[in-house]
Design a protein around this ligand. Structure first.
Ligand code: ADP
Length: 198
């Protein structure tokens, strides 16, 4: 991993549109989008040992334990395609994960360039996720599980925004609107931090 390259993090409540924007930004910045949720779902679907360990937490809308998640992200970030930067979607989600990521990056003489906070009203995200529950059948999109995921987000993940704000890395973006509009807002926000596509 080189010190150069763009390292971005998308943070926001479930249903804020992180996955959608992650895939657009991955193309724009030419970096891999890494979603811990997608990696976990893949492992659950293939019934790997990791998937078997993660499944009950995911179905309940709880975070998978930090130890499992941190090991997974270390493996992923050490792969060659992350050498020139990456975009994280859904990681870090806890202060323990931030410490882990900090240590990993410091060990590679690297740092995050920006944190994009996607802001969305809880009522809107619940509505979006109900639609997704019907379309995609994700077990954790059941309404009571969604409400719990929002609580877990508020308790464990929202505090990370303050932490990254003190580092001057956060751009807060309104996540409501057309996909392309939100992307445009993100790109403008990133530009204020001097983060632009090559
Ligand atoms: P969302 O952000 O919409 O909740 P994700 O796909 O990011 O959806 O995550 C789905 C589930 O995967 C989470 O509820 C959690 O159980 C697990 N998960 C994903 N990322 C992490 C993480 N960084 N730490 C712990 N658990 C995670």
């Amino acid at each position: 991993m080189s010190a150069a390259g763009t390292r971005l993090l998308l943070i926001g409540p479930p249903g804020a549109g992180k996955g959608t924007q992650a895939s657009v930004l991955s193309t724009t910045f030419d970096v891999p989008a890494i979603s811990t949720g997608d990696i976990f779902r893949h492992n659950v679907a293939h019934e790997t040992p990791l998937g078997l360990q993660a499944k009950a937490f995911m179905d309940a809308g709880d975070n998978v334990p930090d130890s499992l998640t941190n090991d997974l992200i270390t493996d992923r970030l050490e792969q060659a395609d992350c050498a020139g930067g990456f975009l994280l979607d859904g990681y870090p989600r806890t202060t323990d994960q931030v410490r882990h990521l900090d240590a990993f990056l410091a060990g590679h003489d690297a740092a995050m360039n920006a944190v994009v906070q996607l802001v969305a009203d809880p009522d809107v995200v619940v509505e979006r996720l109900q639609k997704r529950a019907i379309e995609q059948g994700r077990a954790d999109d059941d309404e009571s599980v969604v409400r719990h995921r929002l609580e877990v987000y508020q308790e464990q993940t929202a505090p990370l925004i303050d932490l990254y704000t003190t580092r001057g890395l956060v751009v807060a973006i309104d996540g409501i609107g057309e996909i392309s509009e939100v992307t445009q807002r993100i790109l403008e926000g990133l530009q204020t931090l001097g983060v632009t596509p090559a």
